[in-house]
Design a protein around this ligand. Structure first.
Ligand code: FES
Ligand code: FES
Length: 233
């Protein structure tokens, strides 16, 4: 049976109303039908915290040992933009912007001595209110003469040529740091180290390398960091 649904009919009517001479194809018919359909009201945008993006929320945060705030920030402001634009800390990288690549992670230090990585591209600045954060800028030290000393994991990534473009490196530095600190608190057997590194770096995406040199660098640092390994086998 021939389809007598309303789209072709609407298209025919629209065609006639417009005085067009050429026959309308299916795409045009669908377009005309869509144009004739009532338009649903567009919902007001709201961020995950239920606030409209332009409403403000308070932030007081300690980053790399320095306190910032209290200040009000837009509810829709992601932490990576807060770091880049408000604090001038541009080392954290915006990769996918969708919570997948983990290039943008920072470290959140908890009062119980544990730490974790948090993705700043999908986490609002207000989430970090009252928290203590480390970014990639917080790892190296600079003495009074201005001489910079990299953290062991940063130096190891350089020594192992772990990265090419380096876009993913800040995320790897932070993820590896969290892993090494966890192993210091909870040492593991040598036989379990490869699995621990895989788990600790598993979320980090690198588009340039095969990950092997990142993993080798982390293994080196773990093996020469006292207290990470329970046995020497
Ligand atoms: S940029 Fe944040 S997860 Fe990719
Ligand atoms: S070194 Fe280029 S994305 Fe990892």
């Amino acid at each position: 049976m021939t389809d007598t649904s309303s789209a072709p009919q609407a298209a025919s009517n629209a065609n006639a109303d417009a005085g067009a001479q050429a026959p309308m194809n299916n795409a045009s018919a669908a377009s005309a039908a869509a144009a004739a359909a009532p338009v649903a009201p567009v919902a007001s945008p709201a961020s995950a915290n239920g606030k409209k993006p332009w409403e403000t929320l308070p932030v007081t945060v300690k980053v790399n040992g320095e306190s910032h705030g209290p200040m009000d920030v837009p509810a829709g402001l992601m932490m990576i933009d807060f770091l880049h634009e408000t604090l001038g800390l541009t080392g954290s990288r915006l990769g996918c912007g969708q919570g997948i690549c983990h290039a943008c992670v920072v470290i959140v230090d908890h009062a119980d001595g544990t730490s974790e990585t948090v993705r700043t591209c999908i986490t609002g600045a207000n989430y970090f209110d009252g928290k203590t954060v480390r970014t990639v800028e917080g790892h190296a030290t600079r003495d009074t003469d201005g001489k910079v000393t990299l953290a062991p994991i940063q130096q190891a990534f350089l020594d192992h040529f772990s990265f090419q473009c380096g876009y993913c490196t800040p995320g790897f530095v932070n993820a590896a740091t969290v892993l090494i600190e966890r192993l210091k608190r909870n040492p593991i057997a040598r036989a379990d180290l490869e699995a621990a590194i895989t788990e600790g770096l598993n979320d980090q995406i690198c588009r340039c390398t095969g990950y092997v040199r990142y993993y080798e660098a982390v293994r080196d640092v773990v093996l020469r960091t006292p207290g990470c390994i329970k046995d020497s086998k």
